[in-house]
Design a protein. Structure first.
Length: 115
């Protein structure tokens, strides 16, 4: 299983970014997908999750109303649309999925929100 994130970068407060995560090595539409983030020197926290069909989603309270998770099962891709970004959203963002009892992670993409 391989997960490859992209789309991070430097953005001003109030700006937007869309992250992508392309998965391979698994039947993508059989798996829940999740986005996590990690702040410097801290553990990872869940940001958003989606079920196999993309019709059930969950978000961390800190991002509700600003972030949207979606997926395109024809492209084996999960997205994280991030609007109204704040400096406290600065972190490494990772996608992850559970496969045969083990969590798989991508290498992450850095999001920096700063003026």
């Amino acid at each position: 299983v391989q997960l490859v994130e992209s789309g991070g970068g430097l953005v001003q407060p109030g700006g937007s970014l869309t992250l992508s995560c392309v998965a391979s090595g698994l039947n993508f539409d059989h798996h829940h997908m999740k986005w996590y983030r990690q702040f410097p020197g801290k553990g990872r926290e869940m940001v958003a999750t989606t079920n196999q069909l993309g019709n059930s989603k969950d978000y961390a309270d800190s991002v509700k109303g600003r972030f949207t998770i979606s997926r395109d099962n024809t492209r084996n891709t999960v997205y994280l649309q991030m609007n109204n970004l704040k400096p406290e959203d600065t972190a490494g963002y990772y996608c992850t999925t559970l496969f045969v009892g083990r969590d798989f992670w991508g290498r992450g993409t850095q999001v920096t929100v700063s003026s």
